[in-house]
Design a binder for this molecule. Structure first.
Ligand SMILES: Cc1cc2nc3c(=O)[nH]c(=O)nc-3n(C[C@H](O)[C@H](O)[C@H](O)COP(=O)(O)O)c2cc1C
Length: 175
């Protein structure tokens, strides 16, 4: 039987999904099977997989509550297989906050869960004001102003470091 890999994600504007697609491509390029699911569509059994990768973006300081619920209710099963977790957020655009040990959301996440994935990663996301609703746009502008980022509402910047995503993909293959 070949190794079964699952990727489960939560993505609101598509950047976490884009990262997952890149990770999936890395598996497929190496002739490894991989299945990709939105957290809303996954109803399989965790233990049917040899390795499971879970990715979530940050909105207003927190990871997806569906992802958190999934982790909390499947903790025992997750502990019995190889796992990886990655977070996607804009704070990670800052070099001093772009690693699991320095990104505040990742640090906080693992303070509030007793799950210890085999690998943890964090990627900078995308800033795209035109996609945001009025209230969100104002809020993100404010967050960007506070953190010395771009506040012009025509800004569209993908901060994701794709070399790091590829390197993560390689690491996952050897998990
Ligand atoms: C409404 C909203 C709230 C956000 N809140 C935060 C935040 O608190 N901290 C942060 O670093 N990034 C924040 N972001 C940035 C997102 O994490 C980033 O855009 C990411 O790429 C989104 O990934 P997704 O498209 O997969 O949801 C926020 C974005 C939006 C639209």
């Amino acid at each position: 039987m070949s190794v079964r890999t699952g990727i489960i994600y939560s993505s609101v504007d598509g950047q976490t999904l884009k990262i997952c697609n890149k990770l999936r491509d890395e598996f497929l390029k190496n002739n490894l099977n991989v299945e990709l699911f939105s957290i809303n569509d996954f109803n399989g059994d965790v233990t049917n997989y040899d390795r499971l990768i879970i990715g979530s973006s940050i909105r207003y300081g927190v990871h997806s509550k569906e992802i958190i619920h999934f982790i909390n209710t499947n903790k025992k099963q997750l502990d019995s297989i190889k796992t990886a977790f990655f977070s996607v957020n804009l704070v990670a655009r800052k070099p001093e906050k772009c690693t699991p040990n320095t990104n505040p959301y990742v640090i906080k996440f693992f303070k509030t869960t007793d799950w210890t994935p085999t690998i943890v990663e964090v990627f900078a996301g995308k800033l795209d004001y035109k996609k945001y609703r009025f209230f969100d746009r104002i809020m993100i502008q404010f967050i960007m102003w506070m953190t010395k980022g771009p506040t012009n509402i025509s800004t569209e910047i993908e901060y994701t470091n794709w070399d790091r995503v590829t390197a993560f993909g390689t690491q996952l293959r050897y998990l």
